[in-house]
Design a protein around this ligand. Structure first.
Ligand SMILES: Nc1nc2c(c(=O)[nH]1)N[C@H]1C(S)=C(S)[C@@H](COP(=O)(O)OP(=O)(O)OC[C@H]3O[C@@H](n4cnc5c(N)ncnc54)[C@H](O)[C@@H]3O)O[C@H]1N2
Ligand code: MOO
Ligand code: MG
Length: 420
């Protein structure tokens, strides 16, 4: 076992991994299942919006030229021959001296060019006919939502690579995209290694712990838009691990393992990479936690060797696996949003390496603060529960103080940025 590893900067490590990114496949999916997916085609207006001149109000449609001279003292009386509900067309075009009763969203009848709300009209019946009285002039186009006034036909409204939020769902429905083309979720295999690991339903036993990393990672994959596939936990036995990893590589787009990447007697991943003849991109990163994170490439597949320590595993995923998954799912921007915020609490521990402190964001009277969530050791699991940012503290000889401006990586946000 070679104990001497050369650490590379976290940013360089991210670049090294991202050189091997791939764009994903695409598939058509029923619209009802598209929320949260990434659009694989431009969303183009297949017709103008609205597709016809329509009324914004419940009221009466008139010919504006018939209303020019009207006033309180000189009201106009119009014959009403028809009512047009939304979804229907008027049977007749309106002629001089006529009006049509029209509902919100209904198509403006031919001949009409303005609408008055019910509230400013009076109606009455006389000799079996319906009339409406209007006491003011209306302008041409007054209260008409014109055809194409919102969107012209063929306009690109959302580009391929966009996240499908509720608004995009509305547009897809508007334009008849019953089965939009979206990026296929990449299949990301997960193995947890460690003879000490128990299944969740097992009783605690001496020296053993329950496997928490697998469940954490599977939800991180889901949050990233990937399809996490749990392949099980593996004892620290070389042949078992080698066979399992080697076989799994054929069936996934990328493979994540947790544990066994450091220099211990039962840390088997380095030997497995060797036997697989993998190209190890790096096996030491100048960061805390997650310094032992290793990324290797076997043929065209990336193999992420995440640390067994829960916090290190969590951070290693967000820095290296997350952007690769963004590429697979078709995002044009692949990195977590990063903001500048005010540190809400002292963080005095100096470190030569860049620290990614698990933290949470807090909005206080319009200002953005970030707070460390708790114990900041690599082996800690409890501080992950409240985590929704990673506070990025550059390495140095002194710590950070409450009030310092710091960078924070947003983990729950759907917005992405172009650069790490
Ligand atoms: N001599 C050295 N020792 C260590 C070094 C070093 O540089 N020199 N690095 C330390 C650092 S940093 C880390 S991080 C850990 C990384 O360890 P491994 O990735 O090899 O992981 P394991 O040894 O398998 O396990 C570490 C720790 O995590 C627990 N674990 C493992 N899997 C899970 C799981 N699925 N769920 C919950 N907890 C898990 C495991 O029981 C251990 O306690 O190495 C340091 N050592
Ligand atoms: O890989 Mo370790 O997490 O730096 O403590
Ligand atoms: Mg170890």
């Amino acid at each position: 076992m070679n104990l001497h590893r050369t650490p590379i900067a976290a940013t360089d490590a991210v670049q090294a991994v991202m050189k091997h990114r791939k764009k994903g496949r695409k598939e058509n999916v029923p619209l009802s299942e598209c929320f949260g997916r990434i659009l694989g085609e431009d969303l183009i207006a297949t017709h103008p919006v609205p597709p016809f001149h329509k009324s914004p109000y419940d009221g009466f449609a008139f010919r504006s030229q018939d209303t020019k001279e009207l006033s309180r003292d000189q009201p106009g009386h119009f014959i009403v021959n028809e009512t047009v509900p939304a979804g229907h067309r008027a049977e007749h075009s309106i002629e001089k001296g006529q009006a049509v009763r029209i509902m919100t969203g209904a198509e403006i009848p031919d001949g009409a060019d303005c609408v008055a709300m019910f509230e400013i009209c009076q109606t009455y019946e006389e000799g079996n006919r319906s009339y409406v009285t209007l006491k003011r002039p209306l302008q041409p186009n007054q209260n008409i939502i014109e055809k194409g006034s919102e969107t012209k036909e063929k306009e690109v409204l959302v580009e391929s690579g966009a996240y499908i939020n509720p608004g995009v769902q509305a547009l897809l429905a508007t334009f008849g995209y019953a089965e939009p083309l979206v990026f296929t979720k990449p299949k990301i295999g997960v193995f947890a290694t460690g003879t000490e690991l128990l299944d969740v339903e097992e009783e605690l036993q001496p020296g053993k712990i329950r496997n928490s990393n697998a469940f954490m990672i599977l939800s991180q994959i889901e949050r990233s838009g990937g399809n996490g596939v749990y392949l099980g936990k593996l004892d620290d036995d070389f042949e078992t691990c080698y066979q399992a990893v080697s076989n799994a590589l054929d069936h996934v787009d990328a493979l994540l393992t947790t544990g066994g990447v450091s220099v211990g007697d039962y840390d088997l991943m380095p030997d497995i990479y060797q036997k697989l003849e993998a190209d190890v991109l790096f096996n030491k990163v100048a960061m805390r936690p997650g310094s032992v994170t290793t990324v290797a490439k076997v043929e065209d597949k990336l193999l992420f060797g995440l640390s067994g320590n829960p916090s290190a595993c969590y951070v290693g995923f967000e820095l290296f696996a997350f952007p690769i998954i963004q590429s697979f799912v078709g995002r044009n921007q692949m990195y977590h949003q990063r903001i500048t915020a005010t540190l809400g609490k002292d963080f005095k521990k100096p470190n030569p390496f860049t620290r990614f402190v698990r933290g949470f964001i807090s909005y206080e009277r319009g200002n953005v603060y970030v707070y460390p969530t708790g114990m900041d050791k690599s082996a800690v699991v409890s501080s992950l529960a409240k985590t929704n940012v990673l506070i990025m503290l550059r390495g140095g000889t002194r710590g950070y103080e409450k009030g310092d401006a710091v960078e924070a990586i947003m983990l729950d946000d759907q917005q992405r940025q172009v650069e790490f």
